[in-house]
Design a protein around this ligand. Structure first.
Ligand SMILES: Nc1ncnc2c1ncn2[C@@H]1O[C@H](COP(=O)(O)OP(=O)(O)OP(=O)(O)O)[C@@H](O)[C@H]1O
Ligand SMILES: [Mg+2]
Length: 256
């Protein structure tokens, strides 16, 4: 299968400090990845490089055959949808859900453009596909955290991106809402999108996740197919905590 993302010797430096160091990471079409690592291990910075929000300080980045500094970044961004806590916090309270989704077409936080009929229709269709069209006319700020996250997924899907990047998307969700959200992710994958999911909870690694990247202190500790990665010996070392790993219903659960 074809590589869609290729990172070669990628580093990110801020204030003379290596935040991310010497990353080799290839993502192939059809793969779904989970990224796991302790707070501050560099996960969000690394994913910002793939989302083309920041440039790598060193190394070689290829995204869908393009080099981010060397191509039309807006065209490239259409291939990658992003949902993050940051986006959820920064979003305006007084915008309708439908306009929130439409704003995805302009990559803006808030809507400052007049949408075409086609853009409006597409946004309505996505809300419907995700089963949240009943929220369309509600104000974003009035929604629960779980509802807001669903709306942001809809926003991220307006260009039918090949890849959806989710940085800790389940923060703040209760157990039932989290399970609903994970079902939604499975649905999104079944529509043909691939995902990269950053999570602190191994039980969020849904069966569709095929590959795992472990980050530790800004470097890759290990990466590869899920079955060989999800072993206590790796997880205990990456997370600096001793626990057992149980597999049930195709998911992994931490037990003390
Ligand atoms: N300007 C800076 N100078 C030095 N270090 C920085 C700077 N900006 C960020 N960092 C550090 O970079 C590290 C990586 O941050 P990042 O947000 O990628 O971590 P993360 O793995 O996403 O963590 P979390 O799980 O808490 O979200 C953090 O330790 C952070 O303190
Ligand atoms: Mg982070």
């Amino acid at each position: 299968m074809k590589n869609i993302i290729m990172l070669d010797k990628v580093s990110i430096i801020r204030d003379d400090v290596y935040i991310v160091k010497n990353i080799h990471w290839n993502i192939k079409k059809g793969e779904n990845w989970a990224v796991i690592g302790r707070n501050g291990s560099g996960k969000s910075f690394l994913l910002r490089v793939i989302s083309t929000i920041i440039y790598a300080s060193e190394g070689d980045v290829t995204i869908y055959g393009e080099k981010p500094g060397n191509t039309d970044i807006w065209e490239l961004r259409k291939k990658i949808g992003v949902v993050s806590d940051y986006l959820q916090r920064e979003y305006y309270d007084t915008i309708s859900v439908l306009n929130t989704v439409i704003s995805g077409f302009f990559s803006s936080i808030g809507l400052y453009h007049t949408a075409t009929d086609e853009q409006i229709e597409k946004s309505i269709l996505i809300l419907d596909k995700l089963g949240i069209s009943h929220l369309s006319h509600r104000m974003y700020g009035q929604l629960s955290q779980g509802e807001q996250k669903r709306v942001l997924i809809a926003r991220a899907l307006v260009f039918d991106p090949d890849l959806l990047i989710l940085d800790e998307p389940t923060t703040g969700l209760d157990i039932a809402s989290r399970e609903d959200f994970l079902k939604l992710l499975s649905k999104v994958i079944s529509f043909g999108h691939n995902i990269i999911l950053v999570t602190h909870h191994i039980d969020e690694i849904i069966p569709e996740i095929s590959d795992i990247l472990f980050m530790k202190n800004g470097s890759i500790y290990e990466s590869g197919k899920k079955s060989s990665m999800m072993k206590p010996k790796h997880l205990n070392r990456v997370l600096d905590f001793k626990f057992k790993v149980k597999k049930k219903h195709g998911r992994y659960w931490a037990a003390l």
